[in-house]
Design a binder for this molecule. Sequence first.
Ligand SMILES: NC(=O)c1ccc[n+]([C@@H]2O[C@H](COP(=O)([O-])OP(=O)(O)OC[C@H]3O[C@@H](n4cnc5c(N)ncnc54)[C@H](O)[C@@H]3O)[C@@H](O)[C@H]2O)c1
Length: 271
Amino acid sequence: MSEPPVAPSALLAGRTVLVTGATGVGVGAGVVAAVAALGARLVLNGLGDAELEPVLARWPDAIGVVGDVSDPAAVERMLDSAQERAGVPLDGLVNNAGVGLTRRAHEADAGDFDRVHDVDVRGVWAVSRGFARRLIAAGGRGAIVNVSSVHARATEDRYAIYASAKAAVEGLTRGMAVELGPHAIRVNAIAPGYVHSEQGLELLAAVTADAAAWARRTVERDQALPEPIGALDCGWAAGFLLSDLAHGVSGQSLAIDAGMTAQLTRRDAPV
Ligand SMILES: NC(=O)c1ccc[n+]([C@@H]2O[C@H](COP(=O)([O-])OP(=O)(O)OC[C@H]3O[C@@H](n4cnc5c(N)ncnc54)[C@H](O)[C@@H]3O)[C@@H](O)[C@H]2O)c1
């Protein structure tokens, strides 16, 4: 279930939250919707103006900032522009931007490896670094939520390089939590399993001949709770970790996987 059981509160009122890769159809869209519903001011990052345009039409009060997260110089320009336009330091960050790869490690080339690690790891580091430096300089407190994946813990055929990147994201999460704790900045991660969306199904067609069957099998066999995970499920968890309700939580990764990584065997495994 994605809809909240009660009306969302103003849990993030007064906060200014940057969401990277906010123009996608999956996890990021749910994070943006949840963070907005919880009352934060949104700063939305996209790779270009064309990608940002429809998202800013949907969230007209948001500040849009263009920048490739894997390019540290572009990240610095983006953060300067965001802070100047917001008029206050950003005090929340969701490192959502990410790319996937479905090629076996021994069949991939250096370009595949670099593309995934540049965006998924270097991007998280570069944006977190710039965010933390500015917030520390302003004497503020805040929170970072990194979007990891179940692949950080256990993986499957064709995901080794993606898994290595998400494992690095979880290492950064713990390490930066240690280093930024004294500055009153908490750092956590969410680790989604398969997040269902109709548009996502179209994208899945690139890796499987029958995307609908693949999604059904994942939900019914690979999850303990056989209900689809929605992008908003990830969004509410990110909202909680950004908020003061998570005051005592730092350096953790919260799986949003309907119990997938808790299962030792698949539901229909032969006995
Ligand atoms: N969809 C899932 O089932 C799922 C599961 C686990 C983890 N995740 C993670 O969720 C995050 C969001 O992915 P998604 O699946 O929702 O896909 P998505 O394609 O809908 O979103 C990814 C976004 O990242 C942006 N992006 C890519 N490279 C960028 C860069 N260099 N700089 C700035 N933005 C960039 C894209 O433009 C897009 O807006 C990723 O980190 C992904 O690894 C997704």
